[in-house]
Design a protein. Sequence first.
Length: 246
Amino acid sequence: MRVRGYAPCVPCWTQLCCPDPAGAADFYGRLFGWSLRDDTFWRDGLAVAGVAAGPPRWLPYVSSEDVAVTAAAVTAAGGTAGGQEVDPRGRGVVCADPAGAAFGVWQHGSIPGAQLVNEPGTVLWIDLVTSDLAAADDFYGGVFRWQRREVDYGDGIEYYEWMSARRPVAGARLSVVMGPAVPSHWSTTMLVADCADAARRAETLGGSALLAPTPAPVGTYALLADPSGATFGLLELTPEILAGIA
């Protein structure tokens, strides 16, 4: 699905940080059909994600009309905010919530954010993995005015979605589900047509499976690490859910 713009306070962009952008371009190019140009991953001539040198991670960005104002709101709520990064694509600020989960704030320039989403081989969703859902709700609700909606995934899993303008924009789940040693962080998930096949291809390209393809209420999910160690999810949605986002 092509996207031409984003409302304020909506996740709009993701950036891969890695020590070897050229190597990452080869991995993600073979896996998802992306190409690298001007620090941006493209597919079919549309921007799908950013890339920058740095410690390996996928970093989501939330749209803002004024990154300085939003950064001030982050620090007032107990988080941290770095300095502005400016290029023709837009203005960005890397922030962290009080538990240390990093995210970015994006004020668009030439690129409003990801121009292609919700198609196989593009970013689908982001989740906060945290040890304190109540504190996270206070922080993100205060900064972005997100509203919490409980989601019953069964098996005693505590999970909810954040809503903005009555639409789901992100999820949150307890880190204890993934192990007590997992620090708070944001997780990025890519949509795929066949989770098992995509996971298998990722491993042949030098990635590794941290969680093998596993049935989930919304489809089939796998958690992978790329060759640099940056983790990301793969999700094959059920036909009913996929039809609803098309």
